[in-house]
Design a protein around this ligand. Structure first.
Ligand code: KIV
Length: 254
């Protein structure tokens, strides 16, 4: 499955989205190459202030649900902050995630120093997706990177190290179009962009943002439908029907 994704580089865009539950996963599975159970579940589902507040057991529970709705896409699970501080810990926790969720790969964020973690995981036959640019687990303030030549070159070096360490792909989060272009040209592995222009090999968004459920619409998000409005209308109709005794009807009763 990973090989199929790798061969898309420079030929066909790689389609990725997040999912946190079976029902949504089973819809997006029809259109995705990769489904990510992101640690963004912390903010999006639990209303937490930081992704690093999510625990290993919670992400595993969401990934188990997503696994049930994912038949054809590659399933990647984010390793929560603190679960891959050193190689031994990373291998132990990645193995737990894979065993309990049957996912295909794990994703870890780069802190510009943890390349050995990626190579340690890869040596243990664990497939790893890297993540550079804005990495919420390690950065307090949101900032677009790669705007200056110095910052762009640093990102390029980091991306090369992630590739050298053995990652099969790398997420580029909120980096300049030019930096995304150069990194994508230099790497053999696919780059998956979020807020990093169309110069990447693939794109990822948080599905709840794309469908208008999260209420989070920064510049890099495009809202493709307004699920909030759709659900509101349905619930309003349900409320009226119950008040007017139109629901449940005889058809809905035993
Ligand atoms: O947690 C997440 O949803 C992510 C994506 C934004 C790439 O890491």
């Amino acid at each position: 499955m990973i090989n199929k994704i790798l061969t898309k580089k420079k030929k066909e865009k790689i389609i990725c989205l997040t999912a946190y539950s079976k029902n949504l996963a089973s819809i997006i599975d029809n259109y995705c190459d990769i489904i990510l159970v992101g640690d963004s579940v912390a903010n999006v589902v639990y209303g937490m202030s930081h992704t690093h507040k999510i625990t290993l057991s919670t992400i595993i529970q969401h990934a188990q649900s997503v696994r049930k709705g994912t038949k054809k896409s590659l399933l990647v699970v984010d390793m929560p902050k603190g679960t891959y501080d050193n190689v031994a810990k990373a291998i132990k926790n990645a193995k737990i995630i894979i065993k309990k969720t049957k996912c295909d790969a794990v994703k870890i964020e780069s802190n510009k120093k943890n390349f050995k973690i990626i190579s340690g995981l890869v040596r243990s036959k664990i497939k790893v997706m890297g993540h550079i640019g804005f990495t919420p687990q390690f950065k307090k303030k949101f900032k677009v990177e790669g705007k200056t030549a110095k910052s762009k070159n640093k990102l390029l070096e980091e991306a090369k190290k992630v590739e050298k360490a053995g990652a099969f792909s790398v997420v580029l989060e909120c980096i300049s179009s030019q930096a995304a272009k150069e990194i994508t040209q230099h790497l053999k592995i696919p780059t998956i962009g979020i807020g990093s222009s169309s110069n990447c090999d693939g794109q990822i968004l948080v599905t709840d943002d794309l469908i208008g459920l999260s209420g989070f619409y920064p510049k890099f998000v495009k809202k493709y439908c307004d699920i909030n409005k759709i659900v509101s209308k349905a619930v309003k109709r349900y409320r009226n029907d119950v008040k007017k005794k139109l629901f449940p009807s005889q058809n809905n009763s035993f």
